[in-house]
Design a binder for this molecule. Structure first.
Ligand SMILES: [Zn+2]
Length: 320
């Protein structure tokens, strides 16, 4: 990595952390996106304390990604096989960072989720349609921080949980922040899937495309090539840095051969791909300041899942 890119990374990292700390709402998507009333740690005004997958939530199909599927009726059983995707970042024990947790805190979060009856499928399980039931959390960890291997060895593996690691290859093995390429390859060889998270972790938006089409493409194509070379595995999932995307980004991520793109916003991913916007999948960033809301959402979902089996509603209104 060139000196200027190292500098860029340092600035990007610092500003990234300050963005998290000062303005977590930057993770919110525009209000016209994915407004499915499931509650969101970044948009509490959208929270629906009546729970979700209730008749009222379903009647409008609000925000359920059904674009282009207007003729289709969905059954509750289709919605029943769903997962929430959560995104952690670092495990350094630095309380001043909203995205950081100690290993003890991380373990307590996972244990609390499991105590609600949740299973922990992987992104690969999702891509293969192997999501069963309504209580699933997909653990993703972004940015490839050096604290990840310990989190895997001390917290995740003992609990039988396999995370998916979204990495941006420009920094792997070149900064103190990151794991090395050898560490990434070793983790992937142990069965921990990797995905791409840009090449330099830029905001892959229309503005970037206008400023530098080359860098825009690099964030998508070179990210895939390098991540595949470093991890020695196919890279099928993309997580948009900062959750930033544009229609052009989505089209290009699709064209580059990724099977899915993860944005940031409230919502579920579904085993039935007709219900998913595959290149704008919702994901919730686990922030220290948002954990209480995320846990409350997980509780409501668990309650809905528990009551869904005896529910009388067997189909959804069509979107006509
Ligand atoms: Zn990131």
């Amino acid at each position: 990595m060139s000196r200027s890119k190292v500098g860029l990374f340092a600035i990007a990292s610092a500003s990234l952390l300050s963005l998290f700390v000062l303005a977590p709402s930057l993770y919110a998507l525009p209000p016209d996106r994915l407004s499915f009333p499931i509650g969101s740690p970044v948009a509490p005004e959208r929270m629906d304390d009546r729970g979700f997958l209730s008749a009222s939530a379903l009647s409008g199909l609000e925000g359920v990604p059904v674009a282009g599927k207007a003729e289709k009726d969905y059954r509750v059983s289709d919605l029943g096989n769903r997962a929430l995707v959560l995104c952690w970042h670092t495990f350094l024990g630095k309380e001043q960072f909203d995205t950081d947790f100690t290993l003890t805190e991380f373990a307590a979060q996972l244990d609390a989720i499991r105590a609600l009856g949740y299973s922990f499928p992987t992104v690969d399980d999702f891509l293969a349609g192997r999501i069963r039931g309504g209580r699933n959390v997909i653990v993703t960890i972004d940015d490839g921080n050096h604290s990840i291997p310990a989190a895997i060895d001390k917290v995740l593996s003992p609990r039988g949980i396999v995370p998916t690691l979204f990495v941006y290859p420009a920094v792997l093995g070149t900064t103190d922040f990151s794991i090395t390429d050898t560490e990434l390859a070793a983790l992937v060889a142990r069965g921990i899937p990797a995905g791409a998270h840009g090449y330099h972790h830029l905001r892959v938006t229309e503005a970037l495309y206008r400023e530098s089409p080359k860098e825009f493409m690099q964030e998508i194509y070179k990210a895939k090539d390098r991540a595949e070379a470093l991890s020695r595995s196919p890279i099928l999932a993309y997580a948009y840095p900062y959750g930033a995307l544009s229609p052009r980004t989505v089209a290009e991520v699709d064209k580059a051969g990724y099977a899915a793109g993860f944005a940031v916003g409230p919502g579920f991913v579904f085993a039935n791909k007709d219900l998913d916007r595959l290149y704008e999948l919702p994901r919730l960033v686990v922030l220290r300041s948002a954990w209480k809301d995320i846990y409350a959402l997980l509780q409501r979902n668990a309650a809905e899942d528990g009551s869904a089996t005896g529910g009388g509603q067997d189909s959804l209104p069509s979107n006509r």
